[in-house]
Design a protein around this ligand. Structure first.
Ligand code: ATP
Length: 308
């Protein structure tokens, strides 16, 4: 993944009147990799992507897409990128297959339309007018239109929003195939499973700013950090539990009767915890060792749920 980045954003600011939608955001998408912009509604994801696509002008900052400033949307750049906007969009009366053929006709070396249509499960609705397609079918058609021109870089804004689990897996497979073919992908999502499943690099945004970034593994397992969760009698002394563990371990009771121990969980630590509970006359029940999820990381950083 060496070479110039596919997308480079430095200090991006975008305001709508008094609302600062993006507030000094930096990101870098390495060529041939998948970057997920993850954040709750209103975090500034779509605005960031639309500036990169050349649809919106930045108020400040520097943006380079395939080495080019997208402001003014030069035609040469347009031909090299694919765009799947949020909510799709097409003439209401156009048939699905007609729409895809139309977009393919604008490209010098399009993918085979019949093949793409079948891969994305669009054959059964080929002659259905756009307005009669289900939300998931519209999304899949929008994705087909974004990639039919063999772009080097694709922007996918919430590519699986409103899809059933089967459609979501189909789209995830296609995104993985794009990556295997060396296509760079910048996607937005508010689904942490999606970011964890697909992205090489995750940029967590909130209020128009980056609150954390890194690989999903680095974000969720800083220094091999794990958690052990268990249920037991409420109100046990967590400071005493932490003191019974090796230095650096933390213990908490975030909800009455539910305990969390943070630190690397090995058999010795597990046995110390259960023995300590036994010494309090309590049974450590429903014991689970878990990696932190991106949802947990977001909650720690912002004090809010990702799906707010
Ligand atoms: P979602 O997940 O809901 O799509 P998002 O992270 O993509 O959210 P944006 O759509 O970029 O967020 O919106 C960021 C902020 O900018 C929000 O407060 C939104 O209300 C505001 N905003 C976006 N577009 C406009 C606009 N055209 N005019 C005024 N405010 C806007």
């Amino acid at each position: 993944m060496d070479g110039p980045p596919a997308v480079q954003v430095r200090g991006l600011v975008k305001r709508y009147g008094r609302t600062t939608a993006v507030d000094g955001l930096d990101l870098e998408l390495h060529a041939g990799s998948v970057l997920a912009l993850l954040g709750p509604n209103g975090a500034g994801k779509t605005t960031t992507v639309e500036v990169c696509e050349g649809f919106l002008r930045a108020d400040a900052g520097e943006v380079r897409v395939l080495g080019v400033d997208p402001a003014g949307a030069p035609d040469a750049l347009r031909a090299r990128i694919g765009v799947m906007p949020q909510g799709g969009g097409a003439y209401p009366g156009v048939h699905a297959a007609e729409m895809l053929r139309l977009v393919a006709a604008c490209s010098a070396h399009p993918l085979e339309v019949g093949w793409l249509s079948s891969v994305l499960g669009l054959d059964s609705c080929a002659r259905t007018p756009y307005k009669r397609l289900s939300g998931g079918q519209q999304q899949r058609l929008a994705l087909a239109c974004a990639i039919v021109g063999r772009p080097e870089l694709v922007f996918l804004d919430e590519p699986t929003a409103g899809m059933d689990p089967q459609g979501r897996l189909l789209v995830w497979e296609l995104i993985r195939a794009l990556r295997r073919d060396g296509v760079s992908v910048l996607l937005t999502t508010h689904l942490m499973e999606e970011a964890e499943a697909l992205a090489d690099h995750v940029v967590i945004v909130d209020g128009g700013r980056v609150v954390a970034q890194g690989s999903p593994a680095a974000l969720t397992a800083t220094g091999g950090q794990q958690e052990l969760r268990f249920r037991a009698r409420p109100g046990m002394d967590v400071a005493e539990l932490a003191a019974a563990l090796p230095t650096g371990y933390g213990a908490d009771e975030p909800v009455a009767g539910r305990y969390v121990v943070q630190g690397r969980i090995d058999p010795h630590v597990l046995s110390t915890i259960t023995s300590w509970c036994a010494a309090q006359g309590a049974l450590a029940d429903d014991v689970q060792v878990a990696r932190r999820s991106l949802e947990d990381v977001f909650l720690e950083l912002t004090g809010r749920e990702l799906r707010s």
